[in-house]
Design a protein around this ligand. Structure first.
Ligand code: C5P
Length: 312
């Protein structure tokens, strides 16, 4: 009898921006204690997982050349974590993961973590596993600090390493313009730079998170704009001083406010509405301060199966 090969499963997964990112002390495990508010944005990757004789990861799209396809790729880590969890051999999973990038690579928007979240969801559907979202979230947290949020989507408060999530009420749509830099920044370098800056002095720290949560609930971008904040910004700007100019240019172009996204170097600009975002994007792309610009909105859902006929 012929074995039935399940059809490939495709999952769409969003990018994230940290509306607020408070970085606390360095912990003994090498991570920093965070208090952050994530929002999932309409910039997406698509990840397809299929049964294959030649296992591995393939990456296509902008910046694909700089993404590792070996075991260090977070999507492959996701394959191994889920295999181990369900008692399959993590060294020999007969699956191929094809990633189509729409999220900037090494841009502070959690593109690699997004691919891991998408892979968990896709593989669970491909193998028809009875694993709940909570179980997937636990596996996600082992792969990386941002991975649970990319499963979750929407808007959420993250604590611990960023992996402990509580949903935040945000029914309204916010409009963003993203300025992508020519080269990426490695997250550990940016955290390391922050530790160095803190050892030498007193870089600015974000305020309390409560007003940010209230502004999100109000849906008013004018209330949220002055509260955007990121403790890692001083570190990314220190490593990439040109970001100062990019941040100024976005505001000059008409954005309400700008902030470095996560560890950077992508800069995220909050705009009044969708039309304003298009105007800001057009002006910013002519300003010569970044490689390219994107328009996005949030919140959007987390990793979701998009294949028509796949099990959900
Ligand atoms: O968890 P993830 O693998 O995405 O983290 C990448 C790196 O970012 C960590 O190795 C660490 O250097 C830094 N990091 C941190 N504190 C966090 C999250 C990440 O220091 N809460």
């Amino acid at each position: 009898m012929l074995a039935v090969v399940p059809p490939p499963v495709s999952v769409r997964v969003p990018a994230k921006v940290n509306v607020h990112l408070g970085v606390g002390d360095l912990r003994e495990d090498g991570y920093h204690e965070l208090g952050t508010v994530f929002q999932a944005l309409s910039l997406t990757d698509e990840v397809t997982v299929a049964v294959a004789d030649e296992p591995g990861v393939e990456v296509h799209g902008e910046g694909a050349d700089s993404v590792p396809t070996g075991p260090s790729n977070l999507a492959w880590r996701a394959v191994q974590e889920l295999s181990r969890h369900v008692g399959r051999d993590p060294e020999e999973p007969k699956v191929r993961v094809v990633i189509r990038k729409g999220i900037p690579v090494a841009g502070g928007m959690a593109g690699g973590s997004a691919d891991a979240a998408a892979t968990l969801v896709a593989l669970a559907a491909l193998w028809r596993l009875e694993v709940g979202r909570d179980e997937l979230a636990t596996l996600a947290g082992r792969i990386g600090s941002d991975v649970p949020f990319l499963l979750h989507g929407g808007t959420a408060l993250g604590t611990g390493r960023g992996e402990l999530l509580v949903p935040v009420l945000s029914r309204h749509t916010f409009h963003w313009v993203l300025a992508l830099d020519r080269r990426g920044l490695a997250t550990p370098d940016v955290y390391g730079e922050l530790d160095r800056l803190r050892a030498d002095g007193d870089p600015p720290r974000v305020g309390p998170v409560e007003p940010v949560i209230e502004a999100l609930a109000s849906g008013d971008p004018r209330k949220l704009a002055p509260l955007l904040g990121n403790d890692l910004q001083a570190a990314s700007v220190s490593l990439r001083p040109g970001l100062r100019r990019t941040l100024r240019a976005g505001v000059s172009a008409g954005a309400l406010a700008g902030v470095v996204s996560g560890s950077g170097p992508t800069c995220a600009f909050l705009c009044e509405d969708g039309d304003a975002a298009l105007r800001v994007a057009a002006e910013l792309s002519g300003a010569g301060v970044c490689r390219t610009v994107r328009v996005a909105h949030g919140p959007v859902p987390g990793a979701r199966v998009v294949t028509e006929d796949a099990p959900r």
